[in-house]
Design a protein around this ligand. Structure first.
Ligand code: LLP
Length: 436
């Protein structure tokens, strides 16, 4: 992927940086991010849309990977930013991301989060439910502000993907139901609210999607909704946000389409559904397809175990705390030995983490050269939903993150220290009890 190659020493090189040197300099486990590839992906979305001639905006979904450095790249490339919590919002603001280009998602934004966003000048809210609609209208009115909103709806489309990451079907915790008329009622309420300005609608049908038919179907439903809103409420849909969900290639079995194919299918659907004259501005908010393939996690191999006739386990110095996706979604990853990248494949091993749980596996059946303790294992495609879903289970420290580009590496997240782990711990203050 991207700028990865094998150098003269037989080492994996990413962004012009020798990964063996990166391991020596920053330690392992280490998340390595190919900055050029991230920028290329962002530009591909923009170029594909320009090519269609439709009005558009591309946002990046912070949830896939959010750090100060990432927010800065998003700003430099001119994308918008989707945030879903005060933490993602705070990160963006601290990175100097223009607030008017940020928008706020989520099914249970707290009053504090909504206030923080209003005060920061966040440009748009994707309202998820009636309680939030009222809350936001009230808060904006108190501040004598007008909040621009989209309404999130579930168009009843099930994308072909893992159960836990489908979101467009009706039985979902997200958004106003379309079939039962909820979204129409919400639109009427939003129009009636002085402090709100309803610009359009949002839907997100799932994640890691390889086909275009789910998007086409969703667009048809959204076009129908727009027509109903125009005829019964006099509302012109100005923005249609179709979410993210574009698949990437984790392993040879995955067959994602190029970004341009998704965008072209979406453009065709929008033209057919809305008619040339009434086309709204089309927004997308990809996460995984921007950062997923740009990330590689580097581990050091430690212990090994052979279960005679069954399998060989190799254990690395990280695990489900830095990449919970194998355990959570049966995700399949590919790996190579970064320090002996040219050597012939000799054995099939399963890559385990170091955490106290049998399910702490990163890869089942990876084909590698004869693995030795001290080897560097590089797991590819870990840019999305790895660092962002990392945790401290077993009080294991989260890895550092480095950006690599043109032969230079920069640390963008420091490795957690042992003191970081107890930073927020407090001991209870007990009144000394009398001696018995
Ligand atoms: N927009 C909305 C409203 C979303 O819910 C999501 C992802 C995205 C955009 C970005 O989707 P993407 O382009 O990244 O597929 N933790 C799971 C993925 C959860 C996705 C949640 N929503 C995983 O590791 O596969």
């Amino acid at each position: 992927h991207g700028t990865s190659r094998i150098n003269g020493q037989g080492h994996l090189e990413i962004g012009g940086c020798d990964t063996v040197e990166l391991a020596a300099r920053y330690g392992t486990p280490l998340y390595i991010v190919d900055e050029a590839l991230i920028r290329e992906r962002m530009r591909q979305f923009i170029a594909a849309f320009r090519h269609t001639g439709l009005p558009f905006q591309v946002a990046y979904a912070s949830k896939a990977f959010s750090t100060l450095a990432m927010c800065r790249v998003v700003a430099e490339e001119g994308l918008r930013l989707d945030v879903v919590s005060d933490g993602e919002l705070y990160t963006a603001l601290k990175a100097g991301f223009p607030p008017e280009r940020i928008y706020f998602h989520g099914n249970n934004k707290t009053p504090e989060e909504l206030e923080m966003a209003l005060e920061a000048g966040v440009g748009l809210f994707v309202v998820d439910n009636f309680i939030e609609l009222e809350l936001l209208a009230g808060l904006a009115a108190d501040k004598e502000m007008k909040a621009q909103i989209l309404l999130r709806t579930t168009p009843g489309v099930e994308a072909h993907t893992h159960n836990y990451i489908q979101t467009g079907q009706e039985d979902s915790k997200f958004g106003f139901d379309y079939q039962s008329g909820q979204v129409m009622r919400a639109a009427a309420k939003a129009i009636a609210a002085e402090s709100l300005e309803l610009l359009g609608f949002h839907c997100h049908i799932g994640s890691q999607i390889f086909e275009t038919d789910g998007f086409s179907l969703a667009i048809e439903k959204m076009a129908q909704l727009s027509r109903e809103c125009r005829s019964s409420l006099g509302l012109q849909t100005r923005i249609l946000n179709l979410g993210g969900g574009f698949g990437i290639r984790y392993s040879g079995e995955d067959r994602p389409l190029p970004v341009s194919a998704y965008v072209e299918a979406i453009a065709a659907g929008v033209r057919a559904g809305f008619g040339e004259a009434g086309v709204p501005e089309i927004w997308l908010e990809p996460g995984r397809s921007i950062v997923g393939e740009a990330g590689t996690t580097l581990y050091t191999v430690g212990t090994m175990k052979e279960v005679a006739g069954v399998r060989k386990y190799i254990a690395v110095d990280g695990g489900m705390n830095d990449n919970p996706r194998t355990a959570l979604y049966q995700a399949a990853y590919e790996a190579m030995l970064a320090n002996r990248a040219k050597e012939e494949m000799q054995e099939t091993v399963s890559v385990a983490g170091k955490l106290c749980e049998s399910g702490d596996m990163l890869i089942w059946d990876a084909v590698l050269p004869q693995v030795k303790t001290g080897d560097l294992l590089a797991v590819s495609c870990t840019g999305a939903y790895n660092y962002s879903m990392a945790n401290n289970y077993n009080r294991v420290r989260r890895p550092a993150v480095v950006f690599v580009r043109d032969g230079e590496s920069s640390l963008v997240v420091r490795r957690e220290s042992l003191d970081d782990l107890i930073r927020n711990d407090c001991l209870p203050e007990r009144v000394p009890t009398a001696e018995p």
